[in-house]
Write a protein that binds this ligand. Structure first.
Ligand SMILES: Cc1ncc(COP(=O)(O)O)c(C=O)c1O
Length: 431
């Protein structure tokens, strides 16, 4: 029942429930989640032992400038109100939560599934939430250009959009394999005025695109900012991207309470680098809610057949940050695979590694086949075509609903699947 449809007694009961929730504090291994965001990361960008900044000294100077500028503007009333206005008038926020009534009925255990509709955010995914913030910061710092990597093309499209909005140049590095797989997004970036630079090293996917974007940034840091596409990279990016994405969790918590009078029993999101997941999780870390991050198991558990870094990886440094990563026998980042270009990365953000070790978030996996089934199931039962990345979260939410027996699950639907349709039809035909 929505708040507006409630009588006075219902409203009082709801207010009581909410007050009790606000008074509750979640403690995990002595970490108090009531004060978590004030304490993590620390000044050097560490979440426990994860995070930090492992980059050459000249780049460190550039990162320090970004960090200082962010610390100043994130407290500035002008910056906050400009970002709020953009979120409302340009991005179309808040995005709604939809109840998946038919899919819940079909599963039949009584568990109710809901999705937070980041597919309805302008450009069709959550990525624009941090891109508008990052480019606003670049503009404030007087930069002329933004540089980034992209896997699925969603971060590239979002950054190209933000660059067009603010009038900055935009260079996007993308692996040759992903360029072929995500052709509609490549066309969108070009139409938006960005330069798409093909990366043909190694596996020609996301990791190599990050390598190439970092190299370009090393040459261009005086005039450009590297707008990292997830909660990865050196400090301050994991913190900054999380902060920009936290709008998802803030909205979702309020909307879910408004729709149902309760919090969800579980929150689920897919994890590549981990930005959509950190966005939605941040709204519920201090609540009595089970939180699940879903990684891609791809074709199976053999190294090279998946990209489930938190589930199967170990501590290591890559791309300027310490986290949990998949390593080959030489200790280098291992080759990874996923049907979803946006999840095809051998590590995840340092905050995820921290939450993993604390046990506050449970990380688990789904296969390509389960994901593709979920892609068709959500499309046909609910009229929502999900991104193949987000389909991982949907697949896991459906499995969880079968196990739980009762309660509610909120799934972060990080993006829409238009970009994946040609690939899915070529791979599977129309089922
Ligand atoms: C729709 C969508 N969801 C999720 C992801 C994974 O990124 P992250 O883990 O940073 O949310 C991507 C990456 O491209 C994406 O396009």
């Amino acid at each position: 029942m929505r708040r507006k449809d409630m009588n006075v007694t219902d409203k009082r009961q709801l207010a009581n429930n909410i007050q009790n929730l606000e008074d509750d504090t979640m403690m995990y291994n002595n970490i108090d989640f009531d004060t978590y965001f004030k304490n993590y990361p620390d000044e050097k960008g560490y979440f426990g032992k994860y995070g930090g900044s492992y980059i050459p000294p000249e780049l460190q100077t550039a990162m320090n400038e970004i960090s200082e500028a962010y610390q100043t503007i994130c407290k500035s009333r002008k910056f906050i109100s400009e970002l709020r206005r953009i979120r409302k008038e340009f991005q179309g926020r808040p995005t709604p939560i939809s109840h998946l009534a038919r899919l819940s009925d079909k599963i039949g255990t009584g568990v109710q599934l809901y999705v937070k509709r980041e597919d309805l955010n302008h450009t069709g995914a959550h990525k624009l939430n941090h891109c508008m913030g990052e480019v606003l910061l670049a503009k404030y710092m007087g930069k002329k250009k933004v540089i980034a990597e992209t896997g699925a093309g969603q971060h590239g499209v979002a950054l190209a959009t933000a660059a067009a909005y603010f009038g900055l140049e935009c260079d996007i590095y993308m692996g040759a394999v992903d360029i072929k797989k995500q052709a509609p997004n490549v066309a969108r970036m070009k139409i938006l005025g960005a330069r798409v630079i093909e990366v043909t090293d190694g596996l020609q996917t996301l990791k190599e695109a990050v390598d190439a974007a970092f190299m370009a940034y090393c040459k261009e840091y005086k005039d450009a900012i590297y707008c990292i596409g997830s909660v990865v990279g050196p400090h301050p990016f994991p913190m900054m991207v999380r902060d920009f994405q936290s709008v998802v969790g803030i909205e979702a918590r309020e909307q879910f309470l408004d729709m149902t009078g309760e919090l969800p029993d579980a929150v689920v999101a897919c994890v590549g680098g981990g930005s959509n997941a950190m966005g939605v999780f941040s709204g519920f870390l201090n609540d009595p809610v089970d939180i699940y991050g879903v990684e891609p198991l791809g074709r199976g558990t053999a190294l090279g057949d998946h990209a489930a870094s938190l589930t199967y990886g170990e501590e290591g440094v890559m791309h300027g940050f310490n986290s949990i990563m998949l390593k080959d026998q030489k200790g280098e980042p291992a080759p990874v695979y996923s049907v979803a270009s946006g999840l095809d990365y051998p590590s995840s953000g340092p905050e995820h590694a921290f939450l993993h070790d604390l046990g506050r978030v449970k990380y688990d996996v789904v296969t390509d086949d389960e994901t593709i089934d979920a892609f068709f199931e959500l499309s046909r039962m609910e009229g929502i075509i999900p991104a193949i990345e987000s389909s991982h979260a949907v697949a896991y939410g459906m499995k969880l609903a079968k196990q739980m027996g009762k309660g509610s699950i909120l799934i972060n639907l990080s993006g829409r699947g238009d970009k994946d349709m040609d690939y899915i039809i070529e791979k599977c035909g129309i089922k």
